[in-house]
Ligand binder design. Structure first.
Ligand code: COI
Length: 355
């Protein structure tokens, strides 16, 4: 191991790399991590010097607040390599902003830009060999923060740990995705933490999603908690519906995550002249459109999942299969988005940022 100190970071390089042990063609999402991570502790009311060091487990006191009160937030981002081996991020400023919004909602300290953005850049430069070029190859970036203050008193922690870990990734879902529309369980409620990328939002979905999995559905589309009549968000993605040639998606709210893939697709679609309607979408509207043949596509959109076509949905024990389409809007938009991300198309939006 070798250590370098700059005035902003301490960098401890691993003496060996695990990269040759990794089968980059057969990656199971989020299961392999690169050689290094970034760690920055918040103690005595301030952020300490960030350290980039070899990826390894760490010890925590059993009473730290994250275990008891779930003060934990995260982000999902990706890095891409272009054909010239240059490394790119996609709208990192949006992830940074959303992370700090989540922090505020969970009574956690905001992370300074030089820790999150500059730290990420330093980390990526060190582990750049883990990003493979070619469409479909990405490096999934998981920044997260946990409460590390000890004591089980139910109040915000004084101490926190911010980390960034990196995982080479191909696709999130393999095979067809069928969804169940929620009739009883909810993802979030008004006034709650649905708009934050809080760990608990995801953990709370595991049980109802496992019930859906047992019935053969990969995901749940959550409906609004008050009436269960409006279609909101799927477990790991925002959702879009194509009725005839109109693209519909729910507006972001206190219950729905402001997805970066979601808003990028809306901008691309609008630029393409597609009629995009951002408004509450009713379950009854979807069922009706499926029955009268105007429902053409449903797809999910998220950083991990990118754009994922959904082949059918179930509601009140009736399964509605979507028609096969030759001109998939989902795949067209996915292609346009990933071409921008991999620098295969001109980025007229100014979304890509070189590492
Ligand atoms: C992402 O798409 O990056 C997410 O954070 C969803 C995650 C639960 C895989």
């Amino acid at each position: 191991m070798s250590t370098t100190q700059t005035n902003k970071f301490e960098i401890i390089k691993a003496s060996t790399s695990k990269i040759n042990e990794v089968d980059f063609e057969n990656l199971s999402f989020g299961s392999v991590f690169t050689d290094h991570l970034l760690e920055c502790d918040y103690t005595n009311g301030q952020w300490q010097k960030p350290v980039i060091k070899p990826y390894a487990p760490f010890l925590l006191d059993p009473s730290v607040r994250v275990f008891h009160y779930g003060q934990a937030i995260f982000e999902g981002m990706k890095a891409y390599k272009d054909d010239d081996e240059a490394l790119w991020l996609f709208r990192p400023d949006e992830n940074y902003k959303r992370f700090n919004n989540s922090a505020v909602r969970m009574a956690m300290p905001e992370v300074p830009e030089e820790v999150f953005i500059e730290g990420l850049n330093q980390l990526l430069q060190l582990d750049e060999a883990w990003v493979k070029k070619g469409k479909g190859n990405t490096l999934y970036i998981r920044p997260f923060m946990i409460a590390t203050g000890t004591g089980v008193i139910a109040s915000p922690s004084n101490d926190y740990k911010f980390m960034i870990i990196l995982s080479p990734a191909k696709s999130y879902y393999s095979g067809e995705v069928k969804v169940l529309i929620a009739e009883h369980y909810s993802r979030a409620a008004n006034g709650g933490i649905g708009a934050a990328k809080a760990a608990g939002n995801y953990g709370a979905q595991f049980y109802p999603t496992s019930l859906a999995n047992k019935e053969g559905f990969q995901q749940v589309i959550w409906t609004d908690d008050a009436t269960h009549t409006k279609l909101e968000e799927a477990g790991t993605m925002n959702v879009f519906f194509r009725i005839n040639d109109t693209l519909l998606t729910a507006p972001v709210s206190e219950r729905i995550l402001d997805g970066i893939t979601r808003k990028s697709l809306i901008d691309i679609a609008e630029k393409e002249g597609i009629d995009v309607q951002i408004r509450p979408v009713l379950v009854s509207e979807l069922v009706e459109a499926s029955k009268n043949g105007t429902l053409k596509e449903i797809f999910g959109a998220g950083t991990a999942a990118v754009v994922n076509p959904i082949v059918g949905f179930s509601y009140q024990d009736v399964y509605y299969e979507l028609p096969k389409t030759e001109d998939s809007m989902a795949l067209r938009l996915k292609d346009m988005l990933t071409n921008i991300q991999h620098k295969l198309a001109e980025d007229t939006f100014g979304w890509t940022v070189k590492v």
